[in-house]
Design a protein around this ligand. Sequence first.
Ligand code: GTP
Ligand code: MG
Length: 341
Amino acid sequence: MFVDRVKIHARGGQGGRGCVSFRREKYIPRGGPDGGPGGDGGSVILVADAETDHLTHLFYQPNQFAKHGVHGRGKQMDGKKAPDLIVKVPPGTLVKLLPGGETVVDLDAPDASFVLCKGGRGGRGNMSYKSSTHQAPREYEEGQPGEEGRFELVLKIIADVSIIGFPNAGKSTLLTKLSKARPKVALYPFTTLQPTVGILEFEDYHTLRVADVPGLIEGASRNRGLGHDFLRHIERSRFYIVLLDAAGTEGREPWDDYKTLLNELKLYQPGLVKKPRIVVANKIDLPGVEKKLAALRKKVKEPVLPVSANEGTGIDKLIATLHKFFFEEEPGAKTSVKARG
Ligand SMILES: Nc1nc2c(ncn2[C@@H]2O[C@H](COP(=O)(O)OP(=O)(O)OP(=O)(O)O)[C@@H](O)[C@H]2O)c(=O)[nH]1
Ligand SMILES: [Mg+2]
């Protein structure tokens, strides 16, 4: 199961209680107060871990409670501080406070961390109440409770490039050509039900994260197909590959697909269509594609790149375009960088 939205209950540990004790030793009458303080409770700390890519573990363990601090002891001994509870989440996790839903933190980079619930401070023992006029204090403090709250964690995957297209357009096939990721490829629509990220490695050791997301169809904004919800995973991308089935294998025209896709993106978030993109026409190995491609080229303003994800035709050009967009300051400086391996 893939979980990318989860509600949790987090609580820092309570501090240990301070101790009331007096030194008792042979030949030392009235040894004075020696009750030590309690240890601090552990905090719940969220850490963005690059190796984690979903929130499923929190779905099964929605209660994240840190341990309590140990109580103070006699002979001036401190109680032990409880360890912090480290909760790993994928980079790109947004944390909202419930019930209001206001954003607490956006862990948008690997290794970013955030103290979600601080542990309570340990209480003072009676030895710290001692003074010249108060030599046998019996006061002590209880440990303070840890912070507590309910939170919603929402994952918005961080990918540099996202591939968007209709079901069966060949998005997953294209990702296997760009990276070592192996999402499921199949003849039927909605094969991909969860986003997959692949790493595109260039010859010059630059890398890009490329996301394959589920297919988008007309009416997704009204929850048709898999709806719009998964589109939040492409929000953070800087570049989009609009992948079209140029052969129209499902009886639709590529140009209509293009319009529908852009319209759905706009309905989801108007800013998305303003970001840079490339139109990639897939399945050019199939017969009768030239006519459809020519018609598409006439109508689409931006350049159209014909490829066959199955056979690998045109993929080098796509890779060079991505390299140019992300890593070349002056356009045209270097054009033929290939993928490694
Ligand atoms: N002829 C031909 N078929 C292709 C090409 N690329 C993909 N296909 C086929 O199209 C079908 C769908 O491919 P997928 O990669 O699963 O498509 P998808 O866009 O990921 O589909 P969903 O995950 O369902 O949205 C598979 O049967 C692929 O073999 C291509 O370049 N040429
Ligand atoms: Mg797929």
